[in-house]
Design a protein around this ligand. Sequence first.
Ligand SMILES: C[S@@+](CC[C@H](N)C(=O)[O-])C[C@H]1O[C@@H](n2cnc3c(N)ncnc32)[C@H](O)[C@@H]1O
Length: 432
Amino acid sequence: MNDTGHRSRAAAARLLGQILDRGQMLDQALADELETGGRLASLEPRDRAFARLLTMTVLRRLGQIDDAINRCLDKPLNRAAKPALNSLRLAAAQAMFLGTPAHAIADGAVRLMGPHRRHLTGLVNAVARRLIREAPAILADQDAARLNCPKWLWQTWKKTYGVETTTKMMDIMLSEPPLDLTFKNEPEKWREALQGEMLPTGSMRRTAGGAIQTLPGFSEGEWWVQDAAAALPMALLGKDIKGRAVLDLCAAPGGKTAQMAAAGAQVTAVDNEQNRMALVEANLERLNLQAETIVADIITWRPEKPFDFILLDAPCSATGTIRRHPDIWHLRTAKVPKEMALVQDGMLAAAVDMLAPGGILIFCTCSLQPEEGEARIEALFATDAPVSRQPITADELFGLEQLITPLGDMRTLPHYLGGMDGFYACRLVRDA
Ligand SMILES: C[S@@+](CC[C@H](N)C(=O)[O-])C[C@H]1O[C@@H](n2cnc3c(N)ncnc32)[C@H](O)[C@@H]1O
């Protein structure tokens, strides 16, 4: 086995330890590794990509992987053997999903034990070899959708969307997502250069890999990375935002800020995290777009005068983004949407307070949980807030009827358009 293979596995094992054992979010764990010059930072781009693939596969398929490991153990791992678990998970990911040669899987898992865990090498070797042998039969016997979906999410999705739709959502959430981009202008020129396909919504999709910074048009500031579903709420502000003042609440990392600025709006972007706002500023600079950026808590901050257009992209459990962030499977619990609902209620009330009479407010979340969507609007109406729903029509969303709920809100599901984030958006108008 070559040494870089080992270093990729070691980097992946470390990331899994940070996420699954210490509860760190994937993006933060990746950023920490790169910033502190951790194992990942020292890898060549190709080996870094392998480390990332290993990590994402384990996070995405952990239910199936742990089920397979349990089937290959004569008795459950005891406390002393727990340090072997993430190495076995990596071995299972390679044997079940990545087609890695058998010798590299077993040797790689054993080598990860290092000098301090030499007493575990016999166990790791035996289980890894059994996983390699039995992977095809185990895979044929597993229900991937049920095993990989945490029970609380399965229950809420089954209740909200039904088993058939939940299974379709799960199928897509278990796959590697493509890269979706939003263009500043000249989409056709850059689509060709990027070898992507245009979606009916105007986003471009690219399935071929490659480091983002090296792709055509990145350094020219012609596009930014944005899931096709995340690009939709901005369209709900209507066509006449050119030259108009728009308030972008909860703005970082700035995908929607960039869209509004590119559409010619005068954007005021507010977010309470300084370091995330720095990302917005860096993105705007690369894209050669302008917006006023303000670091503030939107619950207490107020503009000098009310706005006619507000977009509130509230923080949420982010269960709609699991395909791109599979750590969410393991780090969120049933109480998170309930806690976030309280935050969203406060933000909605604040946004209504900043809205001018006759003004439009778009509320959106990247959550599949109805308590972070429709239920928040019901709760807002129950407070007698001076707003009413302005139903969204399919015409405004590129003729895509399936995105419109019976009440006239937007709801995207992960299996729509060949795969997209699960987003909710509602349009409200303030009483005149
Ligand atoms: C879903 S993200 C926004 C994504 C962004 N609109 C985009 O399109 O790129 C939610 C954001 O809300 C911000 N946030 C959370 N609580 C906040 C508060 N009380 N005031 C302002 N921003 C807040 C977070 O820092 C985070 O950047």
